[in-house]
Design a protein around this ligand. Structure first.
Ligand SMILES: [Zn+2]
Length: 201
């Protein structure tokens, strides 16, 4: 199987929608936009876009509910990762490549996630989060990518487009990477909401 690298990062030139984010990952309302960043976007027929975004978001949401139950409402993704055979390696660097700051790195199929703690620190400060809470949120996002490989299947594969189109000729099939990101955002968001609801009760 093709190895996929999942890096969670942020384009530093991206303008923020608000000044005070309650939650630092894009929500459902930005999922269509996330899809539009995919290099294959132009090859997805316009009439299919809304449906595949929905399916990807729902896949992440359902996975979050299932894992929340399975982990008995545990909110500590350091513990969840460790328990499920996924090691977390922390590197004290601010990892910036090509105008993009990366917080974490997970190569699909491997058993280690790398957190770039100095990058996270900057992001945490911007979003008024404690360092450990920010790391935990990022881990929850990456944990979804781990689940995709280990248990639930790649969200990027729920829809495929031709790899190459030359006139009437269509060659190969490829999934849509942005759908995996949408799923991971839905997972992190839904899990955080479930935790919040459980502490409010
Ligand atoms: Zn991701």
């Amino acid at each position: 199987m093709q190895k996929e690298r999942n890096r969670t990062g942020k384009n530093m030139e991206e303008k923020k929608a608000g000044t005070n984010f309650a939650f630092p990952f894009p929500g459902r309302e930005l999922a269509e936009k996330e899809l539009s960043y995919d290099p294959c976007y132009a090859r997805i027929p316009a009439q299919d876009r809304a449906e595949i975004v929905n399916r990807a978001w729902n896949k992440g949401k359902e996975a979050a509910r299932a894992i929340f139950r399975e982990e008995n409402g545990c909110g500590d993704f350091f513990a969840i990762c460790r328990k499920n055979g996924l090691a977390v390696k922390e590197r004290a660097v601010d990892y910036v490549v090509g105008g993009q700051r990366y917080f974490s790195d997970y190569v699909s199929g491997r058993s280690t996630i790398t957190l770039y703690t100095k990058s996270v620190q900057l992001w945490a400060a911007q979003n008024h989060l404690e360092q450990r809470d920010a790391e935990n949120l990022i881990l929850s996002h990456e944990y979804y990518h781990f689940l995709e490989v280990k248990r639930i299947g790649l969200t990027s594969r729920i829809y495929q487009v031709p790899m190459l189109t030359i006139g009437p000729l269509k060659i190969g099939r490829t999934g849509i990477r942005a759908l995996s990101e949408i799923g991971a955002h839905a997972f992190a968001r839904t899990y955080a909401q479930a935790l919040q609801e459980s502490t409010e009760q």
